[in-house]
Design a protein around this ligand. Sequence first.
Ligand code: ATP
Ligand code: MG
Length: 368
Amino acid sequence: MVLRLDGVTKVFGAVRALDGASLEVERGEIFTLLGPSGCGKTTTLRLVAGLEHPDAGEIALRGRVVASVPRRVFVAPHKRNLGMVFQSYAIWPHMNVFENVAYPLRLRGVKRSVVAEKVTRVLDLVGLAGLDERGATLLSGGQMQRLALCRALVYEPDLLLLDEPFSNLDAKLREQMRVELKVLQRRLGVTVLFVTHDQIEALSLSDRIAVMQRGRVEQVGAPRELYERPASAFVRDFLGQTVVLRGVVREPGPRGGTITVALDGALAGSMLRGHAGPAAALAAGAPAHLAIRPENIEVAGDGRSTPEANTLTGTIDALLFVGDRYEARVVLGGEQRILMLLPRAREWHEGQRLQLTFPPQTVSVWPA
Ligand SMILES: Nc1ncnc2c1ncn2[C@@H]1O[C@H](COP(=O)(O)OP(=O)(O)OP(=O)(O)O)[C@@H](O)[C@H]1O
Ligand SMILES: [Mg+2]
């Protein structure tokens, strides 16, 4: 294990920026902190880096306690052997590319010949070979980003801390950097603690993700596990899109079996079946939410809804072509609107009636 946080709390005045957070990062993984603005991601990185002192709890790097309130330990930042790239990456504008990367090594008193060899190697790894002499300010945004990464990687840190490192880049470049970081990380075997509030970035890049809310760790897991088996409504709705329909439990069904829910409001009179979410059993009559990912809803044109097939009828209210598919707002029962995806292989039009099938194994039922 490379990093362990144990019940770490950080208070700023009246704000509990971190509230008893615990997590463990394994060697060689990309571990991501994901959560809405203000949930404590940057604070966590700053505590790990030693730029903040915790108010409670303990932090250990490679088994060595670097900050502990109960044990009164605090190891200075430069003695933690960490690499860092923050959102506003600092590149020295008066130095060329080579000197920018060499600087951290010179600071550590590394021999000249070794410096040259190491710098050349990392520049080569990130595709900046041949740009050694270029002034750092004469690079493109993506190249500067890579230069910042080089500088953090060159002294082979035990742990690389990345705080929204791609936030200054345009969408295309971000996607490209995402892939490059993953390939680079695999090649070097470096352990990365990554921070983002972008769920796609988190899902695509991470080996494991900790979803945070209000200074707490809500759930830790592999991307697919979090997406397919969220432990709370917060995680479910933060990661990806979810269609939520409200109702009341009609038949609880056997444990692990299907639950029948009578829908409320505009959809009163309709019933849908799903399986139990992570919560405890739901009794008959309990208010419930049915949740389904838009990509799991199946669509047939112009059909009628049949309860046996777990279907509802809807009408396309707005249709957006987004390149690889359509995104549609569909109205159910005259007033409930849901967002869903429609394949490009067919023609669709606003006002079109649809038969929507909700496969019961992809519908989860949650207490309301
Ligand atoms: N130095 C500080 N003084 C006072 N409050 C702070 C300080 N640093 C952080 N906070 C507060 O602590 C909370 C967590 O902040 P943090 O920067 O860790 O959030 P974040 O998850 O990184 O958010 P973002 O996605 O916007 O970067 C916020 O409410 C923030 O206002
Ligand atoms: Mg932040």
